[in-house]
Ligand binder design. Sequence first.
Ligand SMILES: Nc1nc2c(ncn2[C@@H]2O[C@H](COP(=O)(O)O[C@H]3[C@@H](O)[C@H](n4cnc5c(=O)[nH]c(N)nc54)O[C@@H]3COP(=O)(O)O)[C@@H](O)[C@H]2O)c(=O)[nH]1
Length: 713
Amino acid sequence: MSRVLLITDDPAQASALSVILRSSRYGSFKVTWVRTLSSALQQADLAGIAVVVVNLILPDSNGIATYDRLTAIIPHTPIVTITASEDEDLALEAIRRGARATLTQNDFSRSMITQTLRNIIQRNVVELAYYKEKARAGIVLNSIGDGVISTDLEGRIDYLNIAAEELTGWPREEANGHLIDDVMRIINGKSRLPQPCPINLVLQGEEKVGMKPDSILVRRDMTEVPIEDSVSPVNDWSGLMTGAVMVFHDVGAAQAMNQKMTYLAQYDFLTDLPNRMLLNDRIAQSIKIAERHNSMIALLFLDLDGFKHINDSLGHESGDRFLQSVARRLTDAVRKSDTVSRRGGDEFLILLNDIKEPANAAAIADKVIASLKLPHSIRGVEAFVTVSVGISLCPTDGHDPEKLIKSADTAMYYAKANGGDNYQFFGKEMNTRAVERHFIEGHLRQALDAQEFVLHYQPLVNLQSGRITGAEALLRWNSADRGLVFPPDFITVAEDSGLIVPIGRWVLLEACTQGRRWLHAGLPPVSIAVNISAVEFRRRDFLEGVRSIIEGTGFDPGFLQLEITESALMQDAKAGAAILRELKKLGVQIALDDFGTGYSSLSYLKQFPIDILKIDKSFVQDIDGGNDDGIIVSAVIAMGNSLKKRVVAEGIENAAQLGFLHGLSCEEGQGYLFSRPVTSDALAHLLANGLPLRPADPAMPHSEMAMVDGGLA
Ligand SMILES: Nc1nc2c(ncn2[C@@H]2O[C@H](COP(=O)(O)O[C@H]3[C@@H](O)[C@H](n4cnc5c(=O)[nH]c(N)nc54)O[C@@H]3COP(=O)(O)O)[C@@H](O)[C@H]2O)c(=O)[nH]1
């Protein structure tokens, strides 16, 4: 039922209209009659009124003002006015202001009034829905980031959203009515020539037009924005084109990001030099050209000597500046057509194109070496560096980038092993292992003097209580060129060269001194285990060396464990047993290291005064694999127990292994599950506070361990 608010102080009018509407065939109406405007405006549910029929002459309001006051309060409700038939002007004015119809007394014929009111009400419903939709579209268009401009058939702008206002610099009120070419001035980014606005093409009949690549919008203030997008025709309900709409957006940020990504993928962020990927491309290209022209290319592999020292002493930021300075020197030393690239860290590569003979590459290497040697001024400090250079040639040393780089790298190691500050050409006789060994030998000699050795300590743990019972001293080489080097990479070389003797002496001295320091610091006393190489053990002065270190440091020998491998002992079992007896007289503990990997017989175990058996980690690691390892470990533990020796299981990495050892009543253990080898400070922390992981908590996963080789994580 449609509600009609009838405002008139003429009862005859009111009664006539009520009767007509009540008996209408054109819909049902509910009429509310009031006599004055003020009582109309006080109606409770004004919003629910479908149509207002108002006599403009009322006791409290007169003429067009009646209409105005009503629309101010109910702008969306259709209004039909009643005027006297002679007051044509007033009726017309009401229509001009939006009244939907005007009636006079004469019009009060049944069908006409009811039909008119019904039509007005229905049309208003449709119009309201349409305006709602339009308002929603306006909100959407203004909230999107893309610019939207529409024009009529002549290309005159009839709409701009907020983003289009911002992109063009034209406010809507000013842009409206302007030709699109005035507002959208487009040029080609490369040629700088004007480009037709695609809206004109669509208006000329093209279906849908995308903007040409490299389109630049010249804004109203003459600044430029790279843009991209498309134009479509706007058709009316019958399919006739009424204009065109253009949607566009700023692609500047996307283009900049794209350029940056492409750059980062190919260039080193620190030095701006081509990176590994771009260099590989360039080498591949140069190889092709060299093959076509029967010419030669050279690759120089550069590694700075002692850069680590610069980094450590000046700090990382200065280290970065230093690398930038190196990059500039290298770039200045070669032709523009050559490529200088940073491979990472302090390694650089130089690709030299069109080399006539190897001597040309050698000359450049000399130039580079001389240039880098000159002082580098880094934040007011003069820093110096030398460089080792390896040279490979194409076609002689390789036909693909990978091989050429590898050959140059190998040659560089030779240059390093040769003392650095020189270059070496790759030779077929060079092989990486030999080079590596050559390098280690060359540097191991200086490592002691340069104080590059350091001891890390791995706790030994009582598997029942979780208490730390001791610590194994493990040697690390903090090489200026290589960073932290681990024993498997240098102990054999040290043994072969005899260097293990002074190195081993340093280890023992350092371990005993550290043991004293911990005791003085009031930390709980624990034993310290030191590995003794077979080469040291066999030397006649070994015993004397141990004695003098114990005396010199004042470390209680009862807390010193010397770890000797089965194989070292068995090289000369009789002599070995004699040395062990002398060591026992000094009061030190003897541990048999890597037990299980050698003879492992009860009979010789009885001959030697051994205190501790260390089960090799290779058995412990496969303990739960259902193979012989579990049986061997059980047998060794049983053997050790029956001989009244302490048994230590090495290499415990997980809770399952720990559980297995628990089951076999193994008393002590060592392994990553408890802690990796750590610095002396980190071990002091562990001694003071206990292990973060107790063996009683076997669920602790490996990755949660708090310690790493080198310090507290
Ligand atoms: N003559 C000397 N030899 C030394 C000295 N310092 C070390 N060494 C010997 O070098 C070998 C390798 O030692 P390192 O790389 O230090 O490895 C030790 C531990 O890090 C490692 N370990 C300990 N727990 C675990 C574990 O849970 N899993 C796993 N995969 N490895 C573990 O074992 C090495 C200690 O082994 P061991 O000596 O048998 O107790 C090594 O043989 C050292 O002996 C030195 O000063 N002089």
